[in-house]
Design a binder for this molecule. Structure first.
Ligand code: PLP
Length: 396
């Protein structure tokens, strides 16, 4: 294929040149006397991305799934009760992992397209006067359906009821791109990975851990070895790791943190909101439906788009990839064949989104889905230009 492929999946995302260049270094000695000069500030600065001052952020070789396991295996014990909800592939997989660990799972089975059911969480926690629920799980941004849930509201429920359960949050497709506030929301374990908001290759499980979660480790009887928080904590205090860290990726992470903090986290969040609005304008113009059933669930990092009845979303994905070199996300689990997904997170600007939307339009036509060509791209163009701040020209 001539020209760039368009990576419009919700992770891995586009990798900035700054990150790529930062990783173009000789392999290094991770036990070198001066290695901590690099790692100690890195681990400290990573906390700003999670918006935590009181917690720690650990970086494990792995991916988001490893982060899920770390949350469970460090803090909980066999048969501990956990309150969970499943409303998409990723929230469901985390619930399945809880079952694999032998936890007593109280799961709210929610319609795909909605998010964490606050009323049901409230009722379950209110009824739990003996405080048998040890952890509450929240998938902040369900990447399979493009649904964002209200983590702060779950914290308020716990606080209002005086319930001591740990709060675990899957922030794999939210940290570094959506508004994420570990301390303010009292998140005890926040799970993320390197290949989405951090704009890096896959390979790191990045996990924020509160002091309360660190204290809970003492009471846990589940085996935890590779992902052990306290082993990591002990070595991190000195700027080292309990085993060979993915040092090259850590160099990339340094560049990623710098880019996010240079832009400013609130600007990063605002940019994602703006880019997502353009995608949503396009869907409306095409006459298609967002899988997220109401605006309060709309994700600013990924949108899952339902194809009309009688069509298979895989035809759109195949046409986009083979005919135009555009990677769109597929439908996962229950929504396979029903949705295709546009990822709009990471190192991205308006023009890159328009490229994905243009490719999608061509693929929709190839798949025989009727709409007016150019309508979605046009709607996004109008939104991006109309909502743009007036350009201030520097004085001559
Ligand atoms: C919300 C969410 N959680 C967890 C995961 C699993 O992460 P990984 O594939 O990095 O193991 C993903 C992956 O896309 C995800 O989107």
């Amino acid at each position: 294929m001539i020209g760039f492929k368009t990576l419009a999946v919700p992770g891995p995302t586009n990798m900035p040149f700054e990150v790529r260049r930062a990783m173009e270094v000789p392999l290094e000695d991770h036990r070198a006397p001066d290695f901590p000069e690099f790692t100690l500030p890195l681990l400290a600065d990573l906390k700003t991305i999670f918006r935590t001052t009181s917690g720690r952020v650990f970086v494990f070789p792995g991916s988001g799934t490893g982060g899920w396991e770390a949350a469970i295996s460090n803090t909980l014990s066999t048969s501990d009760r956990v309150l969970t909800s499943s409303f998409g592939q990723f929230s469901s997989l985390w619930v399945a992992m809880c079952r694999e660990f032998g936890l007593d799972v109280v799961n709210c089975d929610v319609t795909w397209g909605e998010g964490v059911p606050l009323d049901q969480y409230h009722a379950a926690l209110e009824a739990d006067t003996a405080h048998q629920i040890k952890a509450v799980l929240v998938c902040h941004n369900e990447t399979a359906t493009g649904v964002t849930s209200d983590v702060g509201a779950v914290r308020r429920i716990l606080d209002d009821l005086g319930h001591p359960a740990l709060l675990f949050v899957d922030g794999v497709s939210s940290v570094g791109s959506l508004d994420f506030r570990m301390d303010e929301w009292g998140v005890d374990v926040a799970v993320s990975g390197s290949q989405k908001g951090f704009m890096m290759p896959t390979g790191l499980a990045i996990v924020g851990v509160s002091q309360k979660a660190l204290d809970a480790c003492a009471g846990s009887n589940l085996p935890s070895s590779y992902f052990n928080f306290h082993d990591m904590l002990k070595m991190n205090e000195q700027g080292y790791f309990p085993y060979t860290p993915a040092a090259t990726l850590l160099r990339g992470l340094r560049a990623s943190i710098d880019m996010l903090t240079d832009e400013g986290l609130s600007n990063v969040v605002a940019r994602h909101h703006r880019l997502a609005n353009g995608v949503r304008a396009a869907i409306d113009a095409w006459g298609l439906r967002n899988c997220a059933v109401a605006p309060k669930w709309h994700s600013d990092t990924v949108t899952a788009i339902l194809v009309p009845d009688g069509h298979n979303a895989n035809d759109v994905i195949q046409a986009a990839y083979h005919n135009y070199g555009v990677s769109l996300g597929g439908g996962l689990g229950k929504v396979a064949g029903k949705v295709f997904r546009i990822g709009h997170l990471g190192w991205l600007n308006e023009t890159m989104v328009l490229q994905a939307l243009g490719g999608t339009e061509m693929a929709l036509r190839d798949a025989g889905i009727s709409f007016r060509a150019g309508s979605g791209v046009g709607a996004a163009v109008e939104y991006y230009t109309d909502s743009r701040k007036p350009l201030t020209l520097a004085a001559e």
